[in-house]
Write a new protein. Structure first.
Length: 268
């Protein structure tokens, strides 16, 4: 019916509406009534970051943004929070505008300080902080507005989904591969970590035992489900729900939930 229910911390306006008016319970939730052409849209999707929110409808070129913007994770320069929902059109409001030839939005993923967007053309746009290489652009330079990621097209790869994690990002491709970029500590990318190489600035292929059909990333870990229903995880053991104590060598921990056994990562 075009209504989005939000609740929780609202210090930066991430619930929409009045800033600092926290909503702590689903029973006392704030209802954010979507206006204009968005009303009555059953296909509306929500991407909730740490302190910012983006609403979108797949196949369209409009998004609605609100919340924290100190790292320009809303894709708007100026670093000011946006308390009331603000509509952005890919071809008009963003500068530079995103060409109409890129099509509409397929999906958007948000995290603490950055956001990722996949378009119908297969193009990936990124914005926000890249302090740890989480934008995958090859540098730590932040982007205040959507920036087209060139890596995958240059490799002849088609991106099928995007996933923003804490200081990292994952991208799945049409051939079933997964690429990760950003911070490497605690094994959050499923890639080797060393003190002299704490981050990767470009997407790297993640060696997995099977292609994922569903993937989700959290603070310092990632879990995914394979086509046969097998469930895998890698990263910080405590975040994976394991009893193993945290240690310095945790970067190489992988866990197969089906066999309930640890496995050494296969290094390419």
């Amino acid at each position: 019916d075009g209504v989005v229910a939000t609740f929780g911390d609202n210090r930066h306006g991430q619930c929409g509406g009045v800033q600092h008016e926290d909503v702590y319970s689903a029973h006392h939730r704030k209802t954010l009534r979507v206006y204009g052409d968005w009303a009555g849209n059953a296909g509306l999707k929500v991407a909730a970051g740490a302190r910012h929110t983006i609403l979108y409808t797949p196949g369209t070129r409009d998004v609605m943004i609100f919340g924290e913007n100190n790292h320009c994770q809303l894709g708007v320069s100026g670093h000011q929070d946006i308390v009331s929902p603000h509509q952005q059109t890919l071809g008009a409001h963003w500068n530079p505008p995103i060409p109409a030839s890129e099509g509409g939005v397929v999906s958007i993923s948000t995290s603490g300080t950055h956001s990722l967007m996949l378009l119908e053309s297969g193009a990936v746009y990124v914005w926000g902080s890249s302090l740890d290489g989480q934008l995958g652009t090859g540098s730590t330079t932040a982007h205040t507005t959507p920036f087209k990621l060139k890596f995958f097209a240059a490799q002849g790869l088609t991106v099928s989904s995007v996933h923003a994690g804490h200081s990292c990002s994952f991208f799945t491709t049409a051939d079933g591969s997964v690429y990760g970029t950003g911070k490497l500590d605690e094994g959050r990318l499923g890639l080797p970590w060393a003190p002299h190489k704490p981050v990767t600035l470009l997407p790297k292929p993640v060696p997995l035992p099977a292609p994922p059909v569903s993937l989700s990333t959290g603070l310092s870990h990632c879990t995914y489900v394979a086509a046969d229903g097998a469930w895998y995880g890698f990263g910080g053991a405590q975040k994976l729900g394991l009893s193993m104590p945290m240690c310095k060598d945790i970067a190489d921990i992988r866990y197969d939930y089906n066999t309930q056994a640890y496995a050494e990562p296969h290094m390419p």
